[in-house]
Ligand binder design. Structure first.
Ligand SMILES: [Zn+2]
Ligand SMILES: [Zn+2]
Length: 119
């Protein structure tokens, strides 16, 4: 583990696929959980809670998903079947632990990570 991650990492804005990858590992291990709210098939918001992929502190965040690819229509047995939409959600670490270099009133370690999923 490098000095740029872990519980004593310095606050700085970070966006890296490395942490998206770790977020999926944490999801698979049950260290991170996702909750989605939808209404009539429309995805409204997604909440994450659990271990931050960067600083490893407990954190939670809620974000609005953006649809990045709407499924195309395709004929299957004469029925039009819609392929699932791919949603992209960007979460921010909002842990309440101390991180050096963070401004007063801010929270988290500075990590923003993106999760894509179909729904
Ligand atoms: Zn933290
Ligand atoms: Zn963090």
């Amino acid at each position: 583990m490098s000095i740029d991650e872990g519980p004593s990492c310095v606050y700085r804005p970070v966006r890296s696929m490395q942490f998206t990858k770790r977020a999926f590992e944490l999801l698979a291990q049950g260290e991170l959980t996702l909750k989605a709210w939808d209404e009539q098939g429309m995805l409204l918001s997604v909440a994450v809670s659990g271990t931050c992929p960067r600083c490893l502190h407990p954190h939670e965040d809620t974000a609005l998903p953006t649809a990045v690819g709407v499924g195309e229509m395709r004929e299957v047995d004469h029925l039009a079947q819609r392929l699932p939409t791919v949603h992209s959600v960007v979460f921010r670490c909002k842990c309440e632990e101390e991180h050096a270099g963070r401004d007063e009133g801010e929270a988290g370690c500075g990590l923003e990570y993106r999760l894509d999923f179909t729904g």
